[in-house]
Every structure is written in C-alpha cells, then in structure tokens.
Ligand binder design. Structure first.
Ligand code: T3D
Length: 283
C-alpha cells in the first residue's frame, strides 16, 4: 500500500504524490487515482501524463491493491491533451517547424494507456463531467465505466485535425461496432452519458448524486472477487473479436487450465459447497 503521509479530501484518506496533478488514495484494497488539474478541466500536460503512468505502475506493483478506480476533480473528467502545452501546441511563428505529435504519443500517451490496459487488477472509471479526446479514451480504456447523468463523451480529435488516440481507434469499434465508432470519431459530437450507456459505450449511467455510491459499490465488489479470473476475462474478451471461434476456444482452455491451478478456484468451489462467502486472495 502507498504511504499515506498527508490527508486530503474524497474519496478516502488520500495523499499527494510528487505531482499534485495526480492524487492517490487507498480505501482498503481499492486504489483511487484522481486527475487533479480542475482549472484546465484536467487536460493533460506532459508531466501529468508521466505522473499518471507512474501512479498506474505503482498500483500494478502493489500486491495489496485489488481494484483501481480512476476519477477526476472538478466539473470535468478530462478535456484530453492540454492544447496550450508548448510541447504539442503548433508554433504559429512564420517558418516554425511542426511539432512531432507521433513522438509525443509514443513517449507519453501510449506507455500510460498500456499501463492501464495491462493492469493486473480490474479498473473502474468514474466520469462526472465531460470526457473529451484522450480523456474520453482514457475512461473507455477502463474495464468498467460508470458515469453521472450529466457526464458526456466527445471524440474531439477530428475537430482539431487529428485521429482518435489513447487507444480510441481500437476501443471504439470493439465497444460499439464500426458504424457507431465512425459516427462518434468522425463527427466528434458530444454524446451524453445516457446515450453512451444505451449504445454500450459504457457500463452504466446513474443519477449524478448516486455516482459516488455506485462507484464505491462496484469497486468493492470487484476488489472482493478473484483478481486473476477478472484479468483473464479482460484478456479473453479483448482477444476474441480478433480471432476465430476455434482460437477463442483454445484461449479459453489455456486460461482455464491456469486458473484451475490457482488457489482462488479451490476457494470458490469450497465456499460454494460450504454455503459461505468465498475469500479470494490470489493476485
Ligand atoms: O501529441 C499529442 O499530444 C496529440 C494528442 C492529442 C490527444 C487529445 O486529447 S486531442 C483533443 C484535445 N482536446 C480537445 O480538443 C477538447 C478541447 N476542449 C473542449 O472542446 C471544451 O473545452 C470541452 C468540450 C472539453 C468543455 O467545454 P466547456 O464549454 O464546458 O468548457 P470551456 O469553456 O471550453 O473550457 C473551460 C476552460 O478549460 C477554458 O479555459 P478558460 O477560458 O476558462 O481560461 C478552456 O480553454 C480550458 N480547456 C478546455 N479544454 C482544454 C482547455 N485548455 C487546454 N487544453 C484543453 N484541451
């Protein structure tokens, strides 16, 4: 568990890391990582992206963490890349060289989102306002996304002449199919959370006032479940659309073989036979 040296605010006792734009807090086995740059709608600077990646890697390496919750401070979840960041903003002076956005993606966004997608524990995004550009795809990259009714999702990229990144080109068709993926990505319109739930872009949309309770319930449930099975489920579900039915059956057998050897399987079956709640410990 992280060393909690300073108290802060919600959702639990929390502390500031080296970078106050990213906060980390533990509530039992649940690690909450909070984007904390509300004055710029939590838009990403380079240091913030690096701090987020480091926070994800810390959570992954901490054997006491069984669920990671990603949330944000203020009225927005995240407005994507900070467009005023001199590292990526176009230099408007005559004859200036264009910025290498590909290098920025490779150095910062891709490692951060790889860390998220490779988490050895389940991940939950809690979206309380607008999630735009990379901010939308960061949320959609989590295993379960719960949003307040006033939240919204915007694939803002084409509006500024870019393609979806932070995994968006992969995530969108996987989540909602090609037609809706293209509609969302090409038009870049704001999608209210209720519609995001209706088309299957997110797991659930709840009343704004119920968001914290819904997030707490989900994360508590996930943290009490067999972690390895949850992560293997993510892997299998992500892989399946890219393979044949036969290959999916092979993958299921291979994962089941591994999970069948784990203590959590024994505990799950024993608890069922004993008619008691299981206590899962593997990670
Ligand atoms: O290599 C690379 O880095 C490329 C990677 C790209 C990844 C991306 O994420 S590209 C997409 C970048 N994001 C956007 O294009 C979204 C831009 N923002 C908006 O469209 C709107 O701000 C929102 C729809 C998100 C919210 O609208 P609204 O009306 O609620 O708020 P607002 O008034 O537009 O914004 C409030 C403030 O936040 C405002 O500052 P001010 O005037 O109060 O001083 C605004 O400039 C600032 N802000 C919002 N988004 C960004 C931002 N500042 C910098 N960068 C932003 N992305």
């Amino acid at each position: 568990m992280i060393d909690q040296t300073m108290t802060a605010s919600t959702p639990a006792e929390s502390h500031r890391t080296d970078d106050p734009e990213i906060l980390e807090a533990d509530d039992g086995a649940i690690r909450t990582i909070t984007l904390n740059r509300p004055k710029a709608l939590n838009s990403f600077t380079s240091t913030m992206l690096d701090a987020l990646r480091a926070a994800l890697e810390r959570a992954a390496a901490d054997a006491g963490v069984r669920c990671v919750v990603l949330r944000a401070s203020g009225r927005a979840f995240c407005a994507g890349q900070d467009l005023s960041d001199p590292g990526v903003a176009p230099d408007l002076s005559p004859g200036a060289k264009p910025k290498d956005l590909g290098a920025h993606i490779e150095a910062r966004y891709a490692p951060m989102v790889r860390a998220l997608r490779g988490m050895p524990v389940p991940t939950v995004a809690v979206v309380q306002g607008v999630a735009a550009g990379a901010g939308a795809n960061l949320a959609l990259g989590c295993d379960i996304v719960v949003a307040g009714a006033s939240a919204s999702f915007i694939q803002a990229f084409t509006k500024i002449g870019l393609v979806p990144d932070t995994g968006g080109t992969w995530l969108l068709p996987h989540l909602v199919g090609r037609a809706r993926a293209l509609g969302l990505a090409m038009l870049g319109d704001k999608l209210p959370a209720r519609d995001a739930e209706r088309i299957g872009l997110i797991w659930s949309c709840v009343e704004d006032g119920d968001l914290d309770a819904a997030a707490a319930k989900l994360s508590k449930q996930l943290a009490s479940m067999p972690t390895q099975a949850l992560v293997a489920t993510r892997q299998a579900i992500d892989l399946a659309p890219l393979t044949s039915f036969g290959a999916a059956l092979d993958a299921e057998a291979s994962l089941q073989r591994r999970l069948g050897n784990a203590d959590d399987y024994t505990e799950g079956v024993r608890a069922f036979m004993d008619k008691r709640a299981p206590v899962f410990k593997d990670r």
